[in-house]
Design a protein around this ligand. Structure first.
Ligand SMILES: Cc1cc2nc3c(=O)[nH]c(=O)nc-3n(C[C@H](O)[C@H](O)[C@H](O)COP(=O)(O)OP(=O)(O)OC[C@H]3O[C@@H](n4cnc5c(N)ncnc54)[C@H](O)[C@@H]3O)c2cc1C
Length: 582
């Protein structure tokens, strides 16, 4: 990404076609889609990129088996197709993950679950998939006739969809191979099916990086205070720079509000449109809600906890009953086991959301009952919570039953608000929004994001070896940065002290701290530990905060007093976020 100072200069000097407010996955997606269709784009983020809900998901790129229960078939189908596309566009960042629904004591796997999985299989088949299967068969034949080994896997080409195997029933032994943590319970069979997994923040940063490649200008620590209007039309946003305290106007012909759970808060000064005015209008989901200024958000908190793989070893994900017909996931993620999530109405402050004691107890007791373990909160390596931007339809449904569909609102000023949805469906949400901008300008500019690779995938073997870098770091770097991992390694080669891991036993390198400041607008210890790397969640109780602050100080020119203040600020942030439950 371009340097923040450079971005600020462009934001205050230039006039843009579109300003996007919010640097989560939705805003990043809108910026990319608009930039690739020829719009000049500015994106501003109040805190840090992905600091809102987009760093707090379950990290699944999935159809959402659970939403079949609510007959949200359109949403599931759309998300399943996006899932396959994401694997093709960002194979280093979005990986297929086996998931298991185990059965015990000789019982047959649950019939209803089998029906759901059948539907899931059917809904994930698309024409592209059939075409890519035919394409792969043809390339395999070409490889054979060219004398290459016929049993080599034929990788999907760019733009081709990954096609998951159909779900199937597996034996107790196979269940144990995927879920060794079930050793105490002796499963007798189970369903095996596939979804995909990612690092949500890295997905946001990668999409933003692509948007910048197409000319978008993005900056964090810029708070949109209000919408600027000329003759009643949205013409930009008044912004406060949270670092300098200065205010500036970002001028743009169109304003897109992609602020997630904060979506009902952005308006022109003195605007008489109350938040969520007109909410409850019965219009089709996924379409522009003319006449309704802003959505009414009904936040729902979801918490996750992380455990070491020694405490809960998993190679695949497990679907776990958690009472009252609810299920939770336990998933292998970045060398830990990620357990979540809860789903409760939330009325607290939105800037720092922490898992409650009740959330942690709920997740741990479901885990302990299912795996036959006795894990306590002290065993957790980390925890986090986030708030879903659910759109209230006015009825008193439970948050679990509220649809995850995205909706687009158009205010009388022309400002577009896009919210709801899921991490998985970001590209569709962006398309819905930018299609509207294109229609407004009568442009001929079809959406292109289905064919734009996200980052440049590279295999760990193709990365140069650098003295001092642990063997396991190469795969982690390739997965996180793709081709740009070479920059991290070049830094480690240039400054040997940066070749070491940040936390012993985990693959993240100190060189990444420097790179985060230079190339990814990281401005604080929290930016590095909670988002550029995920160490704040993976190893919350053993973070070398001074060491990280020292590297950042060198990059950002902090003196001793500033460094001490930043260390203190991180302690406050970690506490407010509840990353290390008592
Ligand atoms: C517990 C949980 C689990 C989930 N799991 C999954 C999952 O596994 N798979 C999936 O597909 N989806 C999942 N989701 C849903 C998904 O995470 C969200 O739908 C998605 O991240 C929302 O992204 P967003 O960009 O709309 O919002 P956000 O990520 O919240 O981004 C909005 C941004 O706007 C910024 N902002 C706010 N006000 C201003 C302002 N005035 N000026 C400038 N910036 C501003 C905020 O700082 C924030 O960064 C989950 C959600 C939760 C809570």
């Amino acid at each position: 990404m371009i340097e923040r100072a450079q971005a600020l200069a462009a934001l205050s000097e230039d006039e843009f076609d579109v300003v996007v407010v919010g640097g989560g996955i939705t805003g990043a997606g809108v910026a990319l889609d608009a930039a690739t269709r020829g719009f000049s784009v500015a994106l501003i983020e109040r805190a840090d990129f992905a600091a809102g809900t987009s760093s707090r998901s379950s990290k699944l790129v999935h159809g959402g088996l659970r939403y079949l229960q609510n007959f949200d078939l359109g949403l599931v189908r759309e998300a399943l197709l996006e899932r396959q596309l994401m694997v093709a566009l960002a194979p280093h960042l979005v990986h297929p993950l086996p998931l298991v629904v185990p059965a015990f004591d000789g019982a047959r796997p649950d019939r209803l679950m089998g029906v759901g999985l059948n539907l899931y299989d059917v809904m994930s088949v698309d024409r592209d998939r059939l075409r890519s299967r035919r394409g792969r068969r043809a390339r395999a034949a070409d490889q054979r006739s060219a004398g290459e080994q016929g049993n080599q896997p034929v990788k999907p080409q760019e733009g081709e969809s990954w096609s998951p195997e159909r779900h199937r029933v597996i034996s107790g032994e196979e269940v144990l191979e995927l879920l060794p943590a079930l050793g105490e319970r002796e499963p007798t069979s189970g369903y095996l099916f596939y979804d995909c997994q990612t690092d949500d923040v890295r997905l946001v940063l990668t999409v933003l990086g692509e948007a910048e490649r197409f000319g978008a200008v993005c900056a964090n620590r810029l708070d949109a205070l209000s919408v600027i209007e000329h003759d009643g039309r949205a013409a930009g946003v008044r912004v406060s720079d949270r670092e300098s305290g200065a205010e500036l106007d970002v001028r743009a012909a169109n304003v897109v509000n992609a602020t997630g759970v904060w979506a009902d808060r952005l308006a022109a000064p003195g605007s008489d449109a109350p938040p969520g005015a007109g909410a409850g209008a019965q219009e089709p989901a996924g379409e522009s809600r003319h006449g309704q200024e802003l959505p009414r958000i009904r936040p729902s908190r979801g918490a996750h906890v992380l455990l070491s793989t020694e405490d809960l070893p998993l190679l695949g994900g497990a679907i776990i009953p958690a009472g009252s017909g609810r299920t939770i996931f336990a998933l292998p993620w970045l060398g830990r086991t990620l357990v979540g999530t809860t789903d409760r109405d939330y009325e607290g402050e939105l800037d720092h959301v922490r898992p409650s004691t009740e959330d942690v107890d709920y997740l741990l007791s479901a885990i302990n009952e299912f795996f036959g373990t006795a894990l306590t909160p002290q065993r957790l390596t980390g925890a986090f919570a986030g708030v879903r931007p659910l759109i209230s339809s006015g009825d008193p449904k439970k948050s679990v039953d509220i649809s995850r569909k995205a909706e687009l609102y158009e205010a009388s000023s022309g400002m577009l608000t896009i919210t709801g949805g899921k991490l998985t469906t970001w590209r569709r949400m962006a398309k819905l929004t930018v299609d509207r901008l294109v229609a407004r300008d009568s442009r001929d500019a079809p959406c292109r994001t289905h064919e734009i690779p996200l980052g440049q995938a590279i295999s760990a073997e193709d990365l140069p070896r650098v003295e001092g870098v642990p063997a396991e770091s190469y795969a982690a770097l390739a997965g996180r940065y793709g081709h740009a991992a070479r920059e991290v390694l070049a830094l480690a080669a240039e400054r040997g002290e940066l070749a070491q891991p940040i936390v012993g036993g985990l693959p993240d390198l100190l060189a990444e701290v420097a790179l985060a400041a230079r190339r990814e607008q990281a401005r604080s210890v929290g930016d590095v530990l909670l988002r550029r790397t995920r160490l704040g969640l993976l190893a919350a109780r053993e973070l070398p905060v001074q060491l990280v602050a020292g590297v950042l100080a060198g990059e950002l020119g902090w003196d001793d007093a500033r460094t001490a203040r930043e260390i203190e600020d991180f302690a406050g942030e970690a506490l407010a976020e509840g990353i290390a439950p008592e």
